[in-house]
Design a protein around this ligand. Structure first.
Ligand SMILES: [Mg+2]
Length: 236
C-alpha cells in the first residue's frame, strides 16, 4: 500500500518551540542561583536548571505537556531550591515569563510553508501535536497552515494507543500513514510499533524528557530538513 496520509508534528517540526523554553529555563536559573550559594555562580545556575528537569520528570504524568505544566514545575522548583524563601514578586516574574511563552508569535521553521503547500497537493495531511489544548489551538490558528490540514489532533500523549485512535478515527490504515516529527520518542517509536512509517527530522535541540537512548531504529527514515520530505516521499 502506498503512502496516502502524512502526519506532521507541530512543536519543533513545523514551528520553533524548545528554544523559548530554554531561554525561560535560563532565566529561572539566574533567578534561583543566589538561593543556592551567595556567589550565584554558573554551577549554582546549572544545579537549579537540573532541579527543574527532575521536577518536570516527576510531574509529567500529572501535569502533562505544555507551558502551564512547565510553569507549575518552575514554581515548584523555585520553592524547593530556595528552601521556601522565594518571594511573591519572584513567583510573579515566573508567571510573567509563562505568559510571554504563551503569547510568543508562531515562527515557522525554514522551508515549512513551501513543504506543507506542496504536500497538501498529493497527500491528506494530519497535524498531531501534544501540549496545552488552548495554546496548541492558538498556535495552529496563528501558523497560517490550518487550511492545509484535513484534521488537527491535539493529544495528551503520543503513544501507540493515541496514534491508533487518531488513525481509526480518520479511517486511515497504518500501512498508508507516515508520521513526520522531531522526537524519536513521540513521533517515531510509537508509530513504528503500529506498523506505519516514520520520518525523523531532528531539531537542533531536544527537551531532556523527549530524548531516548540509542540510535534511530533502522525502519525509520532520517531527513536533515523538512523541505527534503516531498522528494523523499515520492521516491519511496
Ligand atoms: Mg515536536
Amino acid at each position: 500500500m502506498t503512502t496516502r496520509v502524512v502526519g506532521l508534528d507541530g512543536d519543533d517540526t513545523l514551528w520553533h518551540s524548545e528554544g523559548h523554553y530554554i531561554t525561560t529555563t535560563e532565566r529561572l536559573g539566574e533567578l534561583l542561583a543566589p538561593y543556592l550559594d551567595d556567589d550565584g555562580s554558573d554551577l549554582d545556575h546549572a544545579r537549579a536548571v537540573q532541579h527543574l528537569t527532575e521536577v518536570e520528570r516527576r510531574n509529567l504524568a500529572r501535569f502533562g505537556y505544555g507551558v502551564k505544566a512547565f510553569t507549575l514545575s518552575m514554581i515548584e522548583t523555585a520553592v524547593e531550591v530556595s528552601g521556601a524563601r522565594v518571594s511573591a514578586s519572584e513567583i510573579q516574574r515566573i508567571l510573567d515569563w509563562s505568559k510571554e511563552l504563551l503569547d510568543h508569535p508562531v515562527e515557522l521553521i525554514e522551508g515549512v510553508q513551501e513543504t506543507v503547500d506542496r504536500l497538501a497537493g498529493s497527500y491528506q495531511l494530519l497535524l498531531v501535536t501534544k501540549g496545552d489544548l488552548l495554546h496548541q489551538e492558538s498556535k495552529v490558528a496563528r501558523s497560517g497552515l490550518v487550511e492545509r490540514f484535513e484534521s488537527v489532533h491535539i493529544v495528551s500523549e503520543k503513544d501507540p494507543a493515541t496514534y491508533n485512535r487518531v488513525l481509526a478515527g480518520t479511517g486511515v490504515a497504518p500501512q498508508e500513514f507516515v508520521m513526520v516529527g522531531n522526537s524519536v520518542r513521540s513521533d517515531v517509536l510509537p508509530v513504528l510499533e503500529l506498523g506505519a512509517r516514520a520520518v525523523h527530522v531532528p531539531y537542533h535541540t531536544t527537551w531532556a524528557l523527549e530524548t531516548v537512548e540509542g540510535e534511530l531504529p533502522a525502519e525509520a527514515a532520517h531527513l536533515d530538513r523538512i523541505d527534503e520530505l516531498p522528494e523523499f516521499l515520492e521516491s519511496t
